[in-house]
Design a protein around this ligand. Structure first.
Ligand code: LER
Ligand code: MN
Length: 282
């Protein structure tokens, strides 16, 4: 395992912000409702290394246009977030209707193709759906595993990683802790499935957030930062110096993506968050 000392830890980290040309209301998307060029411009002005794009479908963002913008602005796309496919198209990988499950898998394949073209990862969060009560509960778990059994070789063939986001119980009713997600990720034995943590969700679910981050080390692919109230980092009770220390201990070297609510507005919340976090870097 490669060694990361405190100096190279800070230097290796990259920062991104959440962005969408069409954002859903009340979602933690900071740069929103503008053409892609303007989203890139704003991310650059904020001093980011990249942005995380939230899409309903890859058809809404031609890959050639986005790769050209990445080159022009010298920014990366950290990941594509897929939750809009559930929110707007009601797709779900464990829907009782096999046609809906098939459409959800196909949408994930399209996202993988798109991510492979622009050089980013694919986030699997709300698209995994909620487990029902009763008899279909175990079948639903199996459907998620079957979907991943199909998607992971495809992702591997496209050299594209899937980030499984750990979400709090009020938004998704399973895979709510880092330990559950890490064990689930490990069961697939694929280098293309990684755990994705989010400080807002962890603050609700983890008895010891710092320990959970440290113990996620080998599985951790990605992390969202927000304050405990989901407002800007530094505005609440979370100790981001300690969180950065835990990420260093976990030998994390990926993106830190700011995903908080756009309060008072997106660029201001992003700026305050980045300023707070960067000042704490070793
Ligand atoms: C998405 O990254 C997330 O954290 C969810 O809470 C959004 O619904
Ligand atoms: Mn998140």
């Amino acid at each position: 395992m490669k060694e990361i000392n405190s100096c190279s830890f800070g230097a290796n980290l990259k920062f991104a912000v959440t962005a969408a040309a069409k954002a859903l209301p009340n979602t933690p998307v900071l740069l929103r409702d503008q053409p892609y060029r303007q989203l890139f411009h704003q991310a650059k002005q904020l001093g980011c290394d990249g942005l995380e794009l939230h899409l309903r479908t890859p058809e809404d963002a031609p890959a050639e246009e986005l790769t050209a913008l990445e080159a022009e602005f010298g920014l990366g796309i950290s990941a594509v977030a897929t939750g809009q496919a559930r929110g707007l198209d009601h797709l779900c990988l464990i829907d009782p209707d096999p046609c809906v499950r098939r459409k959800a898998v196909e949408r994930m394949r399209q996202f993988i193709d798109w991510a492979s073209a622009v050089g980013c990862a694919v986030i699997l969060g709300n698209l995994r759906g909620d487990l029902p009560l009763g008899a279909q509960r175990e079948a639903s778990r199996k459907w998620l595993s079957e979907a991943l059994d199909e998607l992971l070789p495809y992702a591997e063939s496209r050299k594209t990683t899937i980030f499984l986001e750990v979400i709090n119980r009020y938004e998704n009713n399973y895979l709510n802790t880092a330990l559950e997600a890490n064990q689930y990720v490990a069961s697939f034995q694929s280098g293309y499935l990684k755990t994705h943590l989010d400080t807002f969700h962890m603050n609700i679910e983890e008895a010891d957030m710092l320990r959970a981050i440290r113990e996620s080390g080998p599985y951790l692919g990605y992390i969202h930062f927000a304050g405990n109230t989901r407002r800007a980092c530094g505005s609440g009770a979370l100790d981001f110096r300690a969180i950065l220390g835990a990420l260093r201990d976990a030998q994390y070297s990926g993106y830190i993506t700011i995903e908080c609510l756009p309060i008072p507005d997106g660029p201001e919340a992003a700026f305050a968050s980045l300023q707070h976090i960067k000042a704490l870097l070793p």
